[in-house]
Ligand binder design. Structure first.
Ligand code: GLN
Length: 547
């Protein structure tokens, strides 16, 4: 029988519930259990695919083509557990299923209500993610206890635990213990109140994970235990980590968090092996090869979460090369106003990530040009590849108006255009080319060598594609199409062999990278950027050479 962990959050949002859930998954997995994770989001969008990155951060794409919450990225990166469509459910999705059923006559004669119909649907959503071999399912409830939207979810997990019994499910509440600087004190009251709220709806947390900036004393823990009705040893501290989020599992393991979870669930406590994880964290904190700076030229730079997987994948590439990767976050519109030379000065690599809409596009194209002409390693992803194609068209293929029809429908040279199947699509939700599609490599190319395979399945999220009418022209000017769909129709990767490192792909490799196994493209991009920096350092500048 599958055991359950229900994760709720109190006091404020952004506590890192996803990171905590993912860390616990890693620990349980390393104790020999088969773990799955899922996130239930209380908002009314059917999925986050229609939300701006400024609202919601990155949209994480699963291999089976679902647009999901970015916490799923943590689940995959920490525990290496592949997420699927059933890993993320929203109120929007739950309600739309119930309402469609009602219209189809599925509840004939009945009044359709939040309890039991919506809560039944939520419980079904939880069950839908249990596979045959799942020992433990971790279900994270998005939002904060006290939000109106999350009530049906909390009621559903209350019922769920009631049905399976206490020893088959554990309520883990993640809460904030703020430090009041003026008083020089940590305060437990907000947590007491948040647990109080949970108890009014019938959930009494079994374990508290306390997010804090300063360590809790035993006195704090005793107080929390008393007021929140939790055994003292189940008040766990989760202090801000010193260096990297990948320290969180080590911190939780030090306090035997996973052992207590297993004890509650009456599961055997097998030994824990985190040797590779510790080694990875050590490399991350003290890399042998110093630090390099890579520019990420984006259009949603203001929000840290917008390019979450990109930043993480760069960090993973750093681990693989034992070098720290400092990211210079460059707003592409600032390149338009201040020039690429000013904004990108000194970086050892340039990455242009995905995005939508025409704001900032010219700045991205300038960034490509800067990297291409100066021989600085360049990595383009999705929109970044499309910008690389536009730049090459304008400045190498003599197509001065080369553009994507996303930005100029009537351009004279639509080098990026909609594919036929997208032309008739009107609805916005879930209608892009989504999820894993195979890409076949062209023999003899850098990509083929890096992947070490003849083909790969990578995740997609886009509508526009390279326009095949221009393939020959591009090839004759030195661009190589190194990855194509198996029928040869869709361009998946382009390269410029006559450049130290210029690779751009239509898919999103950042979703398939983990700290223990960096994605081959990120790994090699970081290697090339490190080589670029070494080359630069070896070259004495004109002034110092004169001395
Ligand atoms: N806007 C582009 C398209 O739809 C690129 C999408 C992306 O970068 N994810 O094709």
């Amino acid at each position: 029988m599958t055991k359950h962990i229900f994760v709720t959050g109190g006091v404020v949002s952004s506590l890192g519930k996803g990171l905590t859930a993912a860390s616990i998954a890693l620990l349980l997995q390393r104790r020999g259990y088969n773990v799955r994770l899922q996130k239930l989001d209380p908002y009314l969008n059917v999925d986050p695919g229609t939300m701006s990155p400024f609202q919601h951060g990155e949209v994480y794409v699963t291999q089976d083509g679902a647009e999901t919450d970015l916490d799923l990225g943590h689940y995959e990166r920490f525990a290496g557990i592949e997420c699927t469509r059933t890993s993320n459910h929203t109120s929007g999705g739950i309600y739309s299923r119930v309402i469609s059923r009602e219209r189809a006559g599925g509840y004939l004669g009945k009044t359709v209500q939040v309890i039991p119909h919506i809560t039944d649907e939520i419980k079904a959503a939880i069950r839908s993610h249990i596979a045959k071999d799942t020992d433990i399912l971790i279900t994270e409830i998005g939002g904060t206890v006290g939000d109106i939207e999350s009530l049906p979810f909390l009621e559903a997990i209350r019922q769920f635990r009631q049905e399976i019994g206490v020893e088959n499910g554990i309520f883990m509440h993640i809460t904030l213990v703020p430090y009041i600087k003026a008083a020089g004190e940590l305060k437990t009251k907000p947590s007491q109140q948040s647990v109080g709220l949970l108890r009014t709806i019938g959930i009494s947390p079994d374990m508290l994970i306390c997010r804090c900036e300063h360590s809790l004393t035993q006195e704090h823990k005793d107080k929390m235990a008393l007021f929140c009705n939790v055994p003292k040893h189940l008040v766990i501290e989760e202090k801000d980590v010193a260096n990297t989020i990948y320290e969180v599992p080590l911190d939780l393991a030090r306090q035997d968090t996973d052992v207590y979870v297993l004890e509650h669930l009456k599961l055997h406590v097998q030994s824990l092996n985190l040797r590779d994880w510790r080694k990875m964290v050590r490399t991350l904190v003290t890399p042998r090869n110093g630090e390099i700076e890579i520019a990420v030229v984006g259009k949603y730079i203001g929000l840290q979460d917008s390019y979450k997987s990109i930043y993480e994948a760069l960090t993973h590439g750093g681990v693989a090369n034992s070098v720290g990767v400092k990211v210079r976050m460059v707003e592409s519109e600032e390149i338009e106003s201040q020039g690429a030379a000013t904004m990108l000065k000194g970086v050892s690599g340039v990455l242009v990530p995905g995005g939508f809409g025409d704001r900032g596009i010219e700045g991205k194209i300038e960034a490509v040009k800067y990297a291409r002409k100066r021989g600085i390693p360049f990595f383009g992803i999705c929109l970044g590849m499309q910008c690389a194609v536009m730049e090459f068209g304008r400045n190498v293929c003599r197509l001065p108006k080369a553009n994507s029809t996303e930005f100029d429908e009537d351009t004279a040279h639509p080098v990026i255009d909609l594919i036929e199947s997208q032309r008739t699509v009107k609805a916005k939700g879930g209608t892009m080319r989504l999820g894993g599609y195979p890409c076949k490599f062209t023999p003899g190319t850098r990509s083929r060598k890096l992947y070490g395979n003849a083909s790969v399945d990578e995740s997609h999220r886009h509508r526009y594609e390279f326009n095949n009418a221009y393939r020959e022209r591009y090839e004759s000017k030195g661009m190589v199409f190194s990855g194509l769909s198996p029928d040869g129709e869709l361009v998946e990767i382009v390269e410029i062999p006559d450049h130290p490192w210029f690779v751009a792909c239509q898919f999103h490799p950042e979703f398939r990278s983990t700290p223990l196994k960096s994605h081959p493209l990120f790994k090699d991009f970081v290697r090339a950027s490190l080589a670029e920096q070494k080359k630069r350092n070896a070259k004495p500048s004109a002034r110092s050479a004169k001395k």
